[in-house]
Design a protein around this ligand. Structure first.
Ligand code: PHE
Length: 348
């Protein structure tokens, strides 16, 4: 029995010292120690020669050794597998040609209205306008009353308004002139701002009308501001936006917040003025409303119209976008159809 214990001891040492380095050596380890004709099996077969008490003691030793051998085997296998993974990665890296062009990453594009809004902001900023923003939920004072549209004024009908049902004092702003009211109320003169933003009108949605759209409105109030200044500013805008060949005309119009008021047309960007379906065969398309700020409006903000004058203008971004990109249906802007959106790569 002592001999057997010695053999077990020797075998344990041999197993502990063995260090297979690849799959082949690992398999040799398994066959030698754990295989059906391996050294452990041979020792187990000697148990039969022992009496019951010795069998129990030696059996425990042998089971213990078998467990040890299996653990060693598992540890070696894991080590060898890991080293194989890292060598294959290394060889893969060695095989990569790092001078090849990379896989292209899909890039999004800007929304056409964002592209045009940014361009408009750029043009007006370049001549000294600052950007002002305000809330889309507006009170009656800033959206209407302060702009010379008291509650019974018929001009309120020009803009079909969404009222917030809980309190009709609150509306979804119908134009960004409301931001101009906020600027006049809070900023020292002179002011020279443009107000880009989303506005809402209670209209049936169609190719030509939508319940929300976007505007850029401008306001300049200072001393000795004239209609000539307004025209020059708008000429500059049109030239920058549509090119110097574009012709411009003003038509008298009416807005409650400006006097005199005008609407401005440009020669049709599609047919160049010859006449097409976009310009309804007139050669001209309207792009904005404008005028000199009404003296009553200035008084609403405690500004003396004898000292200060100003001009204001307002236009829809969708319309400018339509003329630039020939988008013929307003609904396309908000349908999130990728086939539409992917056509606009921001060059500007
Ligand atoms: N607020 C007007 C609109 O929404 C546009 C406008 C602004 C007209 C300023 C004249 C002066 O239609």
């Amino acid at each position: 029995m002592d001999d057997l214990l010695k053999e077990i001891q020797t075998l344990r040492q041999a197993i502990a010292l063995a260090s297979p380095n690849d799959a082949q050596e690992l398999e040799a380890f398994r066959i030698r120690y754990l295989g059906s004709k391996g050294q452990l099996k041979q020792l187990f077969s000697k148990l039969g020669m022992l009496d019951a008490a010795q069998k129990k003691a030696i059996g425990r030793e042998l089971n213990d050794l078998k467990q040890f051998a299996e653990n060693q085997y598992a540890a070696h296998r894991q080590r060898i597998q890991q080293s194989q993974v890292s060598t294959s990665t290394a060889s893969e890296i060695a095989g990569v040609d790092i001078t090849l062009p990379g896989e292209p990453l899909p890039l999004g594009s800007h929304h056409p209205l964002s592209i045009v809004r940014r361009e408009m902001v750029r043009i007006f900023e370049s001549i000294g306008f600052a950007v002002a923003e305000g809330p889309e939920i507006e009170d009656d004072w800033h959206n209407f009353t302060s702009l010379n549209m008291p509650p019974d004024h018929p001009a309120r009908d020009m803009q079909d308004t969404f009222y917030l049902s809980r309190d009709p004092v609150w509306v979804l702003r119908t134009h960004t002139s409301s931001v101009q009211a906020r600027v006049l109320e809070s900023q020292p003169l002179p002011v020279r701002v443009i107000c880009p933003g989303r506005v809402y009108r209670n209209e049936t949605i169609s190719a030509r009308a939508h319940c929300f759209f976007h505007q850029v409105e401008g306001l300049y109030v200072s001393q000795q501001v004239s209609f000539a200044d307004l025209k020059q500013t708008l000429y500059y805008f049109v030239e920058e936006m549509f090119g110097h060949h574009t012709r411009v005309r003003f038509r008298p119009s009416y807005f409650p917040f400006t006097e005199p008021s005008a609407e401005m047309d440009i020669s049709c960007t599609v047919c160049g003025g010859k006449g097409c379906s976009l310009c309804k065969y007139t050669g001209w398309v309207e792009i904005l409303g404008c005028g000199m700020v009404h003296p009553d409006l200035l008084r609403n903000f405690q500004i003396d119209p004898e000292v200060y004058t100003g001009y204001a203008f307002g236009m829809g971004i969708e319309r400018i976008c339509q003329l630039k990109y020939r988008v013929n249906d307003l609904r396309l802007y908000s349908q999130n159809d990728l086939r539409f959106l992917r056509q606009f790569i921001a060059a500007i």
